[in-house]
Design a protein around this ligand. Structure first.
Ligand code: ADE
Length: 230
């Protein structure tokens, strides 16, 4: 069982994504345990303050070290595994499929989602956290980024997709986009399913899919082929 802890000011934001489809099934099946902890519960003043003005001036508010450290130290003790500590921030290393595979091998992840203009630098330094970004744009907080990472990691865990499905043909899993897929009806608004898929010749179908995956990648994401070895 993989354990994922999330430290956040908005645990309610996670309710819908975690309670539907694959993420829900994976938790129900005991493949992953996802535990949300509210950073605000670790505020120390009567206003439940977790952010403050930046030293040196400037716009916005910065997340204070105290509540994040106290929350982290509480969460750390909830399970015996040490956990890989990840701070969600646009300054982080870009998240991709290979990172999802790598994180999926960990027994425990501890994700820290920030709000406001950012974290007090001492959070990153003091927790020795790895920083991950889900793309070159700024979100209102790390919650959506944490959900993206959880979804991408959990669907790769053994058993999460059920028996018939497998992530091995997914886009990116071999450095290529996925081949085109069709289901019934055979003809839809004049567009017909390619004959090869109706032929029953599995060797030929595999070959066709491979060629299609390569052609699509060349057309839509030629940048992926630079690191592809065939
Ligand atoms: N927090 C705000 N923007 C983010 C991003 N792009 N990735 C991860 N965390 C973030």
């Amino acid at each position: 069982m993989t354990r994922i802890d999330v430290l956040t000011l908005f645990p309610e934001m996670f309710q819908s994504p975690l309670n539907h489809s694959i993420l829900k099934r994976a938790q129900d099946a005991g493949i992953v345990d996802i535990v949300l902890t509210n950073i605000r519960d670790f505020a120390t003043d009567s206003y439940n303050k977790v952010d403050d003005k930046p030293y040196g001036g400037g716009p916005g508010m910065v997340m204070m070290s105290g509540p994040v450290f106290d929350c982290f130290e509480h969460v750390e003790k909830l399970a015996p595994e040490k956990g890989r500590v990840i701070l969600l921030t646009p300054q982080g290393q870009k998240f991709d499929h290979s990172k999802a595979v790598e994180l999926g091998k960990e027994e425990r992840l501890i994700l820290i989602a920030g709000r406001y203009e950012g974290f007090d630098e001492r959070i990153r330094i003091g927790l020795d956290a790895e920083q991950i970004s889900i793309g070159d744009y700024v979100l209102s907080g790390g919650e959506l980024a944490a959900m993206v990472i959880i979804d991408a990691v959990v669907r790769l865990l053994a058993g999460a997709l059920g028996d018939q499905d497998s992530p091995k043909d997914d886009t990116f899993s071999e450095g290529l986009l996925e081949y085109p897929q069709y289901t019934r009806p055979e003809v839809f608004r004049g567009m017909k399913v390619p004959d090869i898929l109706m032929s029953g010749d599995h060797a030929k179908i595999d070959q066709w899919r491979r060629t299609q995956a390569l052609e699509r990648t060349k057309k839509y994401r030629p940048d992926l082929l630079k690191d592809h070895d065939s």
